[in-house]
Design a protein around this ligand. Structure first.
Ligand SMILES: Cc1cc2nc3c(=O)[nH]c(=O)nc-3n(C[C@H](O)[C@H](O)[C@H](O)COP(=O)(O)OP(=O)(O)OC[C@H]3O[C@@H](n4cnc5c(N)ncnc54)[C@H](O)[C@@H]3O)c2cc1C
Length: 353
């Protein structure tokens, strides 16, 4: 498409901030998982600064010329000298994971949205209990490498897999455990030998770690059993973080239509990173679309209420959220909402970013 055609096609639309990356290495981790080592194509890589436990949202092309967005946790650490990396495991009959495993090549360009997510330790000095199943180990590798490099706490990883051959990062985990015998303990649980871990087994296994901060990521059954086990051991809910691996239903790279000033709607006083703006907020427009449509920059990623990137605070008035898969009851009580899911529910609102 000619440049002028492209400009015409996107007039009246705000395009999301896609960040170009180059694949510099494809590492086969197991028969059905690969790591992609990624280099920012733009020399100014500050948009890719990340915290351990965060994820990228990659744009994966479709045969019809469109694309899907898929989230992949960053498996590298920002605190050691290693390149940005994600690790993808094939999902049976899934589109994006199989496309990446089959097509990712050195030199290939992939677009991502900025790193996002709240599956991040508040304190790298804390004692950490990490419970992972299968590809759920990817954020754990980033968290444990970061905590070992920067923090002083103890770390236990309980890692559930089908069999030896399906253990992602087996050699790397063994090396880390050898290098930090006083701080890191890795407990492998193979379901081919021991069956799936039950809540009771996990309660016994995790009992020594009830004062730790827990991070859980894996298949739904394991996450439920592990959460129940930790609760039964008396671990407070605010010390338990969960990351659920699901596919996005929509396309987070899709353009957002530019919005003209609305005639009707709630009065919105917006504190936009320290600058005050007043807008009319139509009752059927979610806050993120209003801001992007009016040309205001806001951090966001999934646009589906599950990543927490577009978090903001309601200081006056009230909003109604369509969906929320990420904010806790405590977050909501403090006035936090997700801009991508928030509709006005009062005539006068003040929101702070
Ligand atoms: C925060 C976050 C981090 C993540 N990190 C990782 C990671 O580090 N590594 C990793 O491997 N994954 C990760 N994921 C999961 C990843 O984003 C994808 O969900 C996963 O790769 C599957 O995507 P897919 O396109 O291959 O499958 P999809 O095409 O989305 O399909 C998923 C499943 O649904 C079924 N399905 C698809 N369409 C239909 C339909 N119409 N009707 C019925 N069933 C259908 C498929 O058969 C398949 O079993 C993460 C997800 C999130 C949200």
């Amino acid at each position: 498409m000619l440049k002028t055609d492209l400009a015409g096609a996107t007039a009246g639309l705000t395009l999301p901030r896609a960040i170009p990356l180059e694949v510099t290495r494809v590492v086969r981790e197991t028969a059905d998982a690969v790591s992609l080592v990624l280099l920012p194509a733009d020399p100014d890589a500050s948009a890719l600064n990340y915290h351990p436990g965060q994820f990228l949202t990659l744009r994966i092309p479709r045969a019809d010329g469109g694309a899907v967005g898929r989230c992949y946790s960053i498996s590298s650490s920002p605190f050691v000298r290693e390149a940005l990396q994600v690790t993808v495991k094939r999902t049976r009959d899934g589109y994006g994971s199989n496309w990446l495993c089959d097509n990712a090549r050195v030199g290939q360009r992939l677009d991502t949205l900025a790193p996002a997510g709240r599956f991040v330790p508040d304190d790298l000095d804390a004692d950490l209990l990490l419970i992972a199943g299968g590809s759920g180990v990817t954020p754990m590798r980033s968290i444990m490498t970061s905590a070992l490099a920067k923090g002083r706490g103890r770390i236990t990883l309980i890692y559930v897999n089908r069999d030896d051959a399906s253990v992602i990062f087996a050699a790397k985990l063994a090396r880390l455990a050898r290098a930090h015998p006083e701080r890191l303990r890795v407990i492998h649980w193979l379901t081919s030998r021991r069956g799936k871990p039950t809540t009771t087994c996990l309660q016994t296994l995790t009992a020594p770690y009830r004062t730790y901060s827990a991070f859980i990521c894996g298949p739904a059954g394991l996450m439920a059993a592990a959460s129940e086990a930790l609760a039964a051991n008396g671990m407070p809910p605010e010390h338990i973080a969960l990351e659920t691996f699901t596919s996005l239903a929509g396309d987070p790279f899709a353009a957002v239509p530019t919005l003209p000033e609305a005639a009707d709607g709630a009065h919105l006083e917006l504190d936009h990173y320290g600058e005050t703006r007043r807008l009319t907020w139509p009752g059927d427009t979610v806050l993120l679309d209003l801001l992007l449509g009016r040309g205001l920059e806001v951090a966001y990623s999934c646009r589906e209420g599950s990543c927490g990137t577009c978090i903001c605070v309601v200081e006056r008035g009230k909003v109604r959220m369509l969906r929320n898969y990420v904010l806790s009851a405590a977050d909501l009580a403090r006035g936090y909402v997700l801009a991508c899911q928030s509709l006005p529910d009062a005539a006068d609102c003040k929101v702070v970013f």
